[in-house]
Design a protein around this ligand. Sequence first.
Ligand code: 1GP
Length: 273
Amino acid sequence: MVDLVLNNYIKTSTYQYIIDKLNEDGALHFSLIDPDPIRQSPNKAAKMAILAEEAGTDAILVGGSTAFDQAYVDKTIELIKKKVEIPIIIFPGGVANVSEKADAIFFMSVLNSKNPYFIIGQQALGSYLIKLSGLEHISMGYLIIEPGASAGWISDAKLMPRKKPKLTAAYSLAAEMFGFKLIYLEAGSGGEKIPSEILKLCSSILNVPLIAGGGVNNKEDARTFVESGANIIVMGSFLENNLLKDKGASLKVIIDEIKETAIESENKKFQKL
Ligand code: 1GP
């Protein structure tokens, strides 16, 4: 479904689309699809993207910690692009995820990694490719909270403690002060969700949009996230387990809940940086 905001984004940028759509809806839902040959073929990924768009998701994220094959990532994005109108954003697990076929890339830094390779190293390696391809890059500070799952292990993160919200809030604020346009809090795929106290504290001090993901599986999870101040909810495993089975029906229930909760809650407005 093409609405006004989407039309406008086609003329401007994906980042502009995110800000405008957030200001219009109050909260967004992004669908994460992993271009991993062990998980799904590009064809299956495209079918999932169509169903997610029909269910009301606001963007498709393509990426994963274990996607190492550039050609496979290209093929997956190319097929999805033919089938959906919403933006496709690369959520890179590494340099091999850079593909000029997408609309944009989250140019992200794992700020609580113990290894500088994940903070600036692989970003430096990918920077020329991104520049030359003209791919829109949206800077994003990424923080991995306990338990962290594969993302935490692969990025060698010093996991943010679940019971110390102030630590994650301080890292988030520092990321905003560095100029990151988005802050992404990740608890790891398929694991325990980010505690509400962390989301509440981060949301209360940040001026940039707060993305949250990991373990969101039902409308109650989604409602809690939005009520706690998450502006964008990312879901991955749920899509893999349910989208094709029920043709997006259960995802629609969750996305409707996100939009309704956002209308009920008082949401801050965002400005483009
Ligand atoms: C995105 O890693 C998450 O932040 C995806 O987590 O697979 O649990 O939805 P799920």
